[in-house]
Design a binder for this molecule. Structure first.
Ligand code: ASP
Length: 292
């Protein structure tokens, strides 16, 4: 049985196979691939895109989804997360999709369940399905020619799990990842070049991935107002000029802080394409993990 806790759980070949399926699923037709299967979602952190994309993906494949409302579950009566998962597992679902604020938690559960666990985001650690859909969006945009492409990840790279997963996944497909962030958001890792200002590298990059400031994970106040941050890090028409750069963001976008209104309607911005790709890539992941 295979789980998806981090992108390294899939080989490059497996990822390319997933993308072949995802491409077929772009017709958004409902299929019987997972008919009769039951998938449980456990979201202990907020979610808009990831949770609904998983639900739609499951339904498009003919599976049933049971979404545990963690606010009204027995967690609030004092049950530990391990006991909650053991109880869900005892109901014999075909997969468990989980989001939690504890880094590494989904990974520690894999030996306690009889079905695949899919990590839908664990604290600031990893968000493998987001990174896979980001990669799929880049692969499709460049017709598979990702070798040598340069990707700037801009913003709160220190606490973003999206940055955490992409910085490992994209180089496996020949891309060079650099970070653009103020001192307070820079990453501890020295594996990637870090810049203070996007103007230093804008002429060299093929992709800009803007990130939301992860206020819910900060223990201190770094900026008096996000507008102070936006002055240097918001992606605007001025930032891009007429350069041919692909603009991505995992959502939720803080308008005029992460990306300007104008750039959100610019054709170089593929944020909504990422959302559509999020459904089909997750369909491919569910098929791969559950159908075997
Ligand atoms: N939706 C993404 C996540 O769950 C990005 C974000 O929240 O900023 O990590």
């Amino acid at each position: 049985m295979q789980h998806l806790i981090r992108t390294a759980d899939f080989s490059k070949e497996e990822i390319l196979e997933l993308f072949n399926d995802a491409r077929e699923f772009l017709d958004m037709k409902t299929r019987d691939v997972l008919k009769g299967k039951i998938i449980v979602t456990l979201f202990f952190e907020n979610s808009t895109r990831t949770r609904s994309a998983f639900e739609i993906a499951a339904k498009r494949l003919g599976a049933e989804i049971v979404s545990l409302d963690v606010g009204t579950s027995s967690r609030s009566k004092g049950e530990t997360i391990f006991d909650t998962v053991a109880n869900i597992n005892a109901m014999k679902p075909d997969a468990i999709i989980m989001r939690h604020s504890d880094c590494g938690l989904p990974g520690t559960l894999v030996n306690h369940v009889d079905c695949p666990i899919i990590n839908a985001g664990d604290g600031k650690h990893a968000h493998p399905t987001q990174a896979l859909l980001d990669l799929f969006t880049i692969v499709e945009h460049f017709d598979g020619q990702t070798d040598g492409k340069k990707v700037a990840i801009v913003g709160d790279v220190r606490t973003s799990r999206v940055a955490g997963s992409n910085r490992k996944l994209l180089p496996r497909f020949g891309m060079e990842v650099c970070f653009v962030a103020p001192e307070c958001f820079q990453h501890e890792s020295s594996d990637h070049k870090q810049h203070n200002n996007i103007s230093e590298i804008i002429d060299e990059v093929d992709v800009v991935m803007s990130l939301r400031t992860q206020l819910e994970r900060h223990n201190e106040i770094y900026f008096q107002s996000l507008n102070d941050y936006a002055k240097d890090y918001c992606i605007t028409k001025d930032t891009f000029g007429d350069r041919n750069i692909l603009l991505l963001h995992p959502g939720p976008v803080n308008r005029n802080v992460d990306i300007s209104d104008e750039m959100l309607v610019d054709p170089r911005n593929k944020v909504l394409e990422q959302v559509t790709n999020g459904v089909v890539v997750r369909m491919a992941i569910l098929k791969k993990l559950i159908k075997q």
